[in-house]
Design a protein around this ligand. Structure first.
Ligand code: GTP
Ligand code: MG
Length: 193
């Protein structure tokens, strides 16, 4: 048991040049509504640290959080939500790409995939892009509580396969019931210390 991460909100930014100095940074990326903000709240054991919403596309900026040693955690806007205003949508690609390519402090990208739905086309594109660019990443399957326990073994195998991974490479979590949140905390802490 490692206990909640002591995560504090630092700032929101649209450009990698506006980000604070950091000894190490991890980022959470994934399609809109996959549960990125909820997961950050779960890691911190706080309800409203990162804004959670039923309205997809709520997180439209790069939101930066810090842990006590000064290392940072980033909540990125979700991709694939068609109804964000045109202007916002147009800036999404360059903003996230620029961040992922240029942020030198970035040590690990956690790619969130909806455990109930499995990887979408955009998730696969994101994973391919990260692989092509040599950016370290780990797949986290979210909303594990929504998969019936009888279907879990099959679903775990299928999701991993669709991501070209072994089942043991994917961290399955649930922000709703706390499953594996502590495992992910330890993983995040290891990257940030
Ligand atoms: P954007 O900011 O729009 O990109 O979304 P996000 O990825 O930050 O998702 P967010 O955390 O706002 O969650 C989206 C919805 O999924 C909310 O209604 C959450 O309550 C729900 N949700 C998040 N995590 C879980 C989970 O583990 N289980 C279940 N059942 N629902 C979840
Ligand atoms: Mg969010």
């Amino acid at each position: 048991m490692s206990g909640p991460l002591q995560i504090k909100f630092v700032k929101s930014a649209t450009d990698v040049r506006d980000l604070p100095e950091s000894p190490a940074e991890v980022a959470f990326v994934g399609r809109s509504n996959v549960g990125k903000s909820s997961l950050i709240n779960s890691l911190a054991n706080r309800r409203q640290l990162a804004r959670v919403s039923n309205t997809p596309g709520r997180t439209q900026l790069i939101n930066i959080f810090s842990v006590p040693n000064g290392a940072t955690v980033v909540d990125l806007p979700g991709y694939g939500y068609a109804a964000v205003p045109g202007r916002v949508k147009k800036t999404w690609g360059p903003m996230i790409e620029g961040y992922l390519l240029d942020r030198e402090e970035l040590v690990m990208v956690f790619v969130l995939v909806d455990g109930e739905i499995g990887p979408t086309k955009l998730d696969i594109q994101m994973l391919d892009w990260l692989r092509d660019n040599g950016i370290p990443h780990t797949v986290v399957a979210t909303k594990g509580d929504k998969v019936k326990s009888s279907k879990r073994p099959t679903r775990k195998r299928e999701l991993a396969e669709a991501c070209q991974l072994e089942p043991g490479d994917v961290v399955w979590v649930s922000s709703q019931n706390g499953a594996n949140i502590d495992t992910l905390r330890q993983l995040v802490s290891a990257h940030l210390s």
